[in-house]
Write a protein that binds this ligand. Sequence first.
Ligand code: UDP
Length: 470
Amino acid sequence: MDRQINSVEMEQRKGRRLVLFPLPLQGHINPMFDLANILHSRGFSITIIHTTFNSPNPSNYPHFTFRIISEDLPENNRCTKDLIAFVSMLNAICGSPFRDCLADLLSDTSEEPIACLISDAILYFTQDVANELKVPRMVLRTGAASSFCVFSSFPLLREKGYLPIQDSQLEEPIVDLPPLRVKDLPVIHTNDPEDLYNVVVGMVEQSIASNGMIWNTFEELEGTSLATLHQKLGVPLFPIGPFHKCFAVTSSTTSSSLLTHDQSCISWLDKQDPKSVIYVSFGSLASISETQFLEIAWGLANSNQPFLWVVRPGLVHGSNWVEPLPNGFLETLGGKGHIVKWAPQQQVLAHPSVGAFWTHNGWNSTLESICEGVPMVCMPCFTDQKVNARYVSEVWGIGLQLEKGLERGEIQRTIKRLMVDKDGEYIRERMLNLKEKSNLCLSESGSSKQALDSLVHHILSLESLTFHTH
Ligand code: UDP
């Protein structure tokens, strides 16, 4: 019976197209393309609308169609130094080219009818376009549900005086959002702090106005936050993650990477002892000072653990790459350290030699670590990373946060505690436990698999809302 329904539904979906619109940043592109692959495997045709900035390589995805919009970003805003200014700008200038592109797709009778637009939640301007063109819109939120709970509380946090943050209050607990302290609030330095507030409120309000939210998370990890959001937002929520585990590690993220993966780290890892290596990466956007860079280098060297370190060009302010390291730094370590510009992170985390991940706690990195059972040293830099780090260390108990800034002694002690000491054992155990849950949720009767089934039904039910020209 079930099989019959499935095949009927699969036929229905075969004639349906989904239009996906990612925010053009690495941590948003990866999950959007994973989602595209997941929905394609469930029978939908996929069209990706993308900006000229950080545009994907269509030849990596022969099974999708691509439409580019010329967003005409001013030259000085093409860089992502002020992320919030960048995001505000995208929302301000993409409206008209995006509308034209979507209208064009809707009137194209040579393609299947469009069942739904799925945009990144941060591209909140798309809700007005969807309303105007009468297309259902769902959002993909690429961050955690827990941090979204905090974002959705921004008006309250402002009313209660927690925002904007005062340096004198950093250690104060936030009574309404335990176990967060003021210093864990998801803020970022920006030229105009009002921009941050407006972006957050825009994202939340236009998610509430959408036809539903898709999450790269799972019930067993974030059930409490998801329940809170369900009550608070009143839109259907579909936690169908971890996305990247729905496919073989080598497929989707490899091809959505904006930088080339240096595979030399895999053969280097092959030569290391099981669970001995600390993998260090701060993602695609975070940057550090030269002093911090050197504290990290010496902390790693003194920890005596082998380390694989991603130093992205541009990571260190004022340097192209690793120039600030003392001459012969790696050589004196006798092969204990390996530095690359960009790593095949999912493969690295799945490697048996990796025993810990020193991360900035971007949500993708956090989830990828959980899926491989790798405990974390947490060093959040900005926005949701701060909330993720607090959850990793205090709620899930699967990592240790560097609380006192970057100092080589503390780094050395934290790595040892997490990887070697007896008192880090409970963290390593909890992590393995959670890894197990992250696998189970994708099984046939698992929570994420069921949420995906509901999502597919939901998308098909939205069709009745579509009044386009087909
Ligand atoms: N990543 C990678 N190689 C690296 C570092 C990161 O492929 O050397 C990928 C990582 O697997 C993740 C994404 O880049 O999917 C980073 O996303 P995240 O949300 O962790 O951080 P962001 O870059 O957005 O700060």
